[in-house]
Write a protein that binds this ligand. Structure first.
Ligand code: SAM
Length: 246
């Protein structure tokens, strides 16, 4: 008995649109998206694709009108409900451009809800192009099947971050100088993982973080990991113990 083909077909292209979606809604794509569907994927009128708006789940749509630089889509039936995003935020000291793009992309794939760039004393990169980060967030969500977009905040200095932080959200501080094993320290509930820069936190910064309310230093094993590796390792451990990988 041949297997029932998956619905919607996994092969359908998937696009994020800022227009609130619903059955019967018309969506005018921007020039870049119209070019991508029309000239890169060579889709034509009647062809179908999947859309999400970050709020109302995923929808099936069809190309209603296809012009050289514009494309109008007609939204049909819902195909998936809005995902329940695990309540995990990732605060990270920015690393070099290519690597921070990779970190953002992978954090979205792993299911992180919010990204918080934190400038520490040894942070080399102190400015982040948020528009470029948002483009990476959208692309990663389109590719990994997410229906929600991770939020990303403006970069803040560590002391401002510690002052503004809501102590009800547990702060898991990746400390290469020693902490409790991550897997046994993570508890269900709102969580925030903090990872340092390539040069690590200064002793003063480390003690200020350790002194913060509801903060837990975690170890990610005996090896010194690169900052982006440590961030993703910690996120994966949290997803396993307290997230949606259980
Ligand atoms: N300062 C360190 C050094 O040069 O010896 C290295 C810092 S490490 C490259 C960057 C960040 O990753 C650290 O600040 C920490 O947050 C995290 N990290 C790396 N390895 C870790 C480990 N084994 N346990 C916990 N956190 C780790």
């Amino acid at each position: 008995m041949p297997a029932t083909p998956a619905w919607p077909p996994k092969s359908l292209p998937r696009l994020y649109v800022a227009t609130p979606l619903g059955a019967g809604v018309n969506v005018m794509l921007d020039a870049a998206q119209a070019n991508y569907l029309g000239n890169v994927l060579r889709l034509k009128e009647g062809d179908r694709l999947l859309l999400f708006d970050g709020m109302s789940g995923e929808w099936l749509a069809a190309i209603a009108e296809a012009g050289k630089k514009r494309m109008m889509l007609l939204v049909g039936e819902p195909t998936r409900a809005q995902e329940v995003v695990p309540d995990l935020w990732l605060a990270f000291a920015p690393v070099k451009k290519g690597r921070v793009d990779w970190l953002v992309e992978k954090a979205v794939e792993l299911g992180v809800a919010r990204l918080l760039p934190v400038i520490t004393q040894r942070t080399i990169v102190d400015r982040l192009n948020l528009d470029r980060m948002r483009a990476h967030i959208i692309e990663a969500a389109e590719q990994c099947g997410r229906t929600a977009l991770a939020d990303i905040e403006e970069a803040v200095k560590l002391d401002g971050f510690l002052k503004a932080r809501d102590p009800a959200r547990a702060l898991y501080f990746a400390d290469e100088s020693g902490g409790e094993p991550a897997a046994t320290t993570f508890k269900p509930g709102p969580a925030l993982i903090l990872v340092g820069p390539e040069g690590g936190f200064t002793p003063g910064e480390a003690s200020a973080i350790r002194a913060a309310p509801n903060a837990f230093p975690i170890s990610l094993g005996p090896r010194i990991l690169r900052a982006e590796t440590a961030a993703l390792g910690a996120v994966a451990a949290w997803m396993t113990g307290a997230g949606d990988w259980q």
